[in-house]
Design a protein around this ligand. Structure first.
Ligand SMILES: NC(=O)c1ccc[n+]([C@@H]2O[C@H](COP(=O)([O-])OP(=O)(O)OC[C@H]3O[C@@H](n4cnc5c(N)ncnc54)[C@H](O)[C@@H]3O)[C@@H](O)[C@H]2O)c1
Ligand SMILES: O=c1ccn([C@@H]2O[C@H](COP(=O)(O)OP(=O)(O)O[C@H]3O[C@H](CO)[C@@H](O)[C@H](O)[C@H]3O)[C@@H](O)[C@H]2O)c(=O)[nH]1
Length: 459
């Protein structure tokens, strides 16, 4: 079976870039990305490519190449489903905020809504692809909803988790380490293999059973996050012993059994995936009565929370045990560089802790809007929106952020921070001028020379 029309439900950080690349690489397939969020779809259709709702290096070029040719963005979900022979589900699967599993389990209500809508809108047989990250055995629930419509339409369900990382999404999609496809029906699996084989070497397209594929996604994120928490645990020990965490990371990373990636100590991992997916893994393990397994993975989150708090505590302690009324300038708000995404960013939690100590905060991030910064703080509910706006300001120029600041905290590893005129920054700061580098991004020796009091994670 050859796929001619693809529909993707969900035009977010995954649906948008992933389907744009499929459209770019498979000009003979018509790809329609649909979403219920009208504003988002309008932004994807904006003729000004700088207004795309997702910032990713290289994405605008891919969209420019395919949009209007074989790539379309629409809010007409039913029509796109009815026309397609393959439907990707790429909607959000956040941590549940209510009921059983609150704070742990994945909230599958958006997935179920999609399944019901697919069931209602379909007039012909379809392959349904789970692109969202889902708990193992979700395909079973999907099957049950789709197979009980009584419409006589046949559905084959595949699991095809996405491994792209934000900030490098286009690179990751163009040249993935692997593409994973889980499924029971050989013809359906082959149809999706053929789509990816248009640009991905065949040996990098792995096929497994449905459950292995679903579970591999949670497992991959758990392993990656575990490495960050492991090196962050060592960073605290480095600070007490005179060891340097970058040197330790290099020393262990050259062991080919360990490998060098994902060993960068930081203020803590953020992003929409790691915490959510580990919590979900813990919840699943617990629901099978596997307490030790659950406890083991839960420590990854415990360590990450500790790292964020300890960074904020260290700022307070170093600044003579009080930041009340002091201006602390945040360089970076996004959860990593090269993205405008702030979901679960460590910056939010560090800011919250410092605001509780009555600090005032000025934020500069090259890609994050003031609106987003306030939305992130308001969402925590620690203080009123009015208070957040009184205590936090967001500026469009890093030098303005540094003006009369008592301290600078580096929260995101944006490359441009390294290129600033740090001499000029120091001149305009209060003295002593503190820098707390949560990313080990800046040159400590250079900043020391300039007269800063420089503190970095893991030194
Ligand atoms: N963000 C990442 O880097 C990443 C990477 C790999 C996997 N994932 C997984 O992919 C999934 C999507 O993540 P995301 O970051 O793209 O989320 P997102 O919130 O950016 O996008 C999801 C979109 O789905 C839309 N939506 C929800 N219900 C809908 C419905 N019934 N009909 C139409 N549209 C609907 C929302 O309006 C939203 O625009 C999640 O399961 C996530 O865990 C994310
Ligand atoms: O050595 C490291 C590597 C990462 N991080 C932090 O960890 C977080 C996550 O980074 P990264 O994994 O690069 O970005 P994500 O976009 O969250 O991507 C992860 O989550 C996605 C969603 O599931 C998966 O698809 C990707 O494979 C997986 O890397 C960020 O805050 C990083 O700053 C560190 O602190 N140190």
């Amino acid at each position: 079976m050859k796929v001619k029309k693809i529909c993707c439900i969900g035009a977010g950080y995954v649906g948008g870039p992933t389907m744009s690349v499929i459209a770019q690489k498979c000009p003979d397939i018509t790809v329609t990305i649909v979403d219920i969020n009208e504003q988002r779809i309008a932004a994807w259709n904006d003729s000004d490519l700088s207004k795309l709702p997702v910032y990713e290096p290289g994405l605008a070029g891919v969209v420019a190449e395919a949009r209007g040719r074989n790539l379309f963005f629409s809010t007409d979900v039913d029509t796109a489903i009815a026309d397609a022979d393959m439907v990707f589900i790429s909607v959000n699967t956040p941590t549940k905020t209510y009921g059983k599993g609150k704070g742990m389990a994945a909230d599958l209500k958006f997935i179920e809504l999609c399944a019901r809508q697919i069931a209602a809108a379909s007039k012909s047989d379809k392959i349904i692809v789970e692109k969202s990250t889902l708990p193992v055995r979700t395909a079973e629930a999907l099957k049950s909803i789709l197979h009980n419509t009584g419409s006589g339409v046949n559905f084959h369900i595949l699991s095809n988790p996405e491994f792209l990382a934000e900030g490098t999404a286009i690179e990751d999609l163009h040249d993935p380490d692997r593409v994973l496809i889980g499924g029971e029906n050989a013809e359906a699996v082959q149809a999706l293999v053929d789509v990816y084989a248009s640009w991905v070497p065949r040996e990098r397209i792995l096929t497994t059973n449905l459950w292995s594929s679903e579970l591999s996604k949670l497992t991959a994120n758990a392993f990656l996050a575990q490495r960050v928490s492991s090196i962050n645990a060592i960073s605290e020990l480095c600070e007490r012993t005179g060891a340097n965490v970058d040197e330790v990371a290099r020393a262990i990373g050259t062991d080919s059994r360990i490998g060098s990636k994902f060993l960068k100590a930081s203020v803590g991992f953020g992003g929409s995936c790691f915490q959510k997916d580990i919590l979900n893994l813990v919840y699943i393990a617990r629901s099978y009565g596997l307490q030790e397994v659950a406890h083991y993975w839960e420590q990854v989150i415990t360590m990450n929370d500790h790292q964020k708090h300890r960074f904020a505590d260290n700022i307070v302690q170093t600044m003579y045990n009080t930041v009340s009324g002091k201006k602390i300038s945040f360089l970076g708000w996004a959860f990593k560089k090269d993205t405008n995404d702030t979901r679960e960013s460590a910056a939010i939690y560090v800011a919250d802790a410092l605001l509780s100590e009555e600090a005032s905060i000025v934020v500069y991030d090259p890609k994050v809007t003031a609106e987003q910064v306030y939305a992130d703080l308001d969402y925590l509910g620690t203080r009123t929106p009015a208070e957040n706006r009184r205590l936090v300001s967001v500026v469009g120029d890093p030098y303005d952020a540094a003006e009369r600041a008592h301290a600078i905290a580096v929260l995101t590893e944006w490359d441009e921070f390294k290129t600033y005129d740090w001499h000029r920054i120091k001149d305009h700061m209060m003295k002593p001028a503190f820098v707390f580098d949560g990313r080990k991004l800046l040159s400590g020796s250079k900043l020391d020379e300039l007269g800063f009091q420089y503190y970095a994670i893991g030194e």
